[in-house]
Design a protein around this ligand. Structure first.
Ligand code: TYC
Length: 103
């Protein structure tokens, strides 16, 4: 990393590599009321999972309490949270979906 001092108050930091955008995990949380079939449909439709993978992820969330539906840049992750939450509420289900930054 090179540091060039121009004006005493202004410094420019140069990097040879650009930083990759931070990625966010979209997490599904378990609850007692959302039907399993609805969660599987969500994983297929919004997270592009094949049916068998969707079943496995849904069951893992059911047993462990939470699990990763997908990993995306922040704007995509936030859009998926909003879309899935809106769909679940429209059906009257309490499904919780959250985005969290990768470590
Ligand atoms: N626990 C729910 C049931 O027994 C199923 C479920 C799975 C709900 C995953 C939410 O994120 C979830 N119907």
């Amino acid at each position: 990393m090179t540091r060039r001092d121009g004006d005493a108050r202004t410094q420019t930091l140069e990097r040879t590599q650009t930083q990759r955008p931070r990625l966010y995990r979209v997490m599904l949380l378990n609850d007692d009321y959302t039907p399993m079939d609805f969660v599987v449909m969500v994983l297929e439709r919004y997270f592009r999972k094949a049916e068998q993978d969707a079943q496995l992820i849904m069951l893992a969330v059911h047993h462990k309490g939470r699990g990763v539906a997908g990993v995306y840049p922040r704007d995509v992750a936030e859009t998926k949270v909003a879309q899935v939450t809106s769909h679940a509420r429209a059906e009257g289900y309490p499904l919780q979906v959250v985005a969290e930054p990768e470590a």
